[in-house]
Write a protein that binds this ligand. Sequence first.
Ligand SMILES: NC(=O)c1ccc[n+]([C@@H]2O[C@H](COP(=O)([O-])OP(=O)(O)OC[C@H]3O[C@@H](n4cnc5c(N)ncnc54)[C@H](OP(=O)(O)O)[C@@H]3O)[C@@H](O)[C@H]2O)c1
Length: 333
Amino acid sequence: MQISTTYQLPNTDFEISRMIFGCWAIVGGFNWGDQDERDSLQAIKTAYESGITTFDTAEAYGAGQSENLLAKALKGERKNIIIASKVGPQDFDKEGVIKACERGLKNLQSEYIDLYQLHWPNPAIPLEETLEAMEILKKQGKIRSYGVSNFGTQSLNIAKNAGFSLSSNQMAYNLLFRAIEFEILPHCVAEDVPILCYSPIMQGLLTGKFGNEEEVPDDRARTRHFTKERSQARHQDEGCEELTFETISKIKDLSGDLGIAMGALSLAWLLVQDGVAAVIAGGRNSSQVKRNLETLNVPITEDIVNELSAITLPLKEHLGPNSDLWQSDCRVI
Ligand SMILES: NC(=O)c1ccc[n+]([C@@H]2O[C@H](COP(=O)([O-])OP(=O)(O)OC[C@H]3O[C@@H](n4cnc5c(N)ncnc54)[C@H](OP(=O)(O)O)[C@@H]3O)[C@@H](O)[C@H]2O)c1
């Protein structure tokens, strides 16, 4: 199976790279801890110099700091890159979206954002109003296209029925979290709303760097794989640590047998799934970025894909269709 390197999103006139660099962890702080700015700038530069053209960021990442870092690292390269940024749900009223975009443009030192995404649904504000604001920004040339993130079928249907053309839906999707496969992924395939996968290596768990749940720091053990007793958890689930680490161990064994790094193998599995446009992988330094880029050369076959799917099926079934990584009361609607 061949992994293509670029993808044309619907309702856009540009291509994205299928490996997108995720600019969240590079700000450190919440979820990530200490981070050296020099490593962050170098990670972005390495990504760009190695052929990654597309960068995913958000105003929420370090209150504009992530957008700032991107502008600083790739000064002078604006026309050669694709920037995907996001507006947070607190700004979904018409004026809020427009102001948030203007702040984003300032942070990014750019006249436009290529793909502007609604970060999480906000049922308190009519989606039509929010998307109307996106249309205004598009007409003004401040954004080239718009997409959504963490949107379930109900919100996607509202957008469609109101006549708006989305370019993408950014969702948590990886071998240890296949919840979107129950309903959202088939819906997105049918409606031609390609998926951009976030946390595609499950925040490092799919590189095999953590041997058991105790080794996973509390802020990264907020997901529903871990017990609600973890200090940063915002869910009421019991967790499924044993099954999670059994699954990781099986993937690790397979990657060892194949002689393919576990992270790259996990990303390759995602890139051959129907409906997946790209993976958004984070990296805190150049070396991680380079290792993740090995994905594009992984000799993935149908047999390997099927084996990985079979290994991870019990965990998929255990966690079920709730596509919210962090909360039991699903915010993905
Ligand atoms: N739309 C949304 O709601 C949403 C939510 C989350 C993320 N995102 C986007 O998706 C991007 C990626 O998601 P993510 O950062 O949550 O998770 P991820 O890409 O699955 O994991 C990234 C983390 O894994 C570790 N890592 C990366 N490459 C590695 C390697 N080769 N070997 C060992 N460890 C490695 C690094 O952290 P350590 O070195 O600290 O282990 C890195 O920060 C974000 O940057 C953001 O753009 C969007």
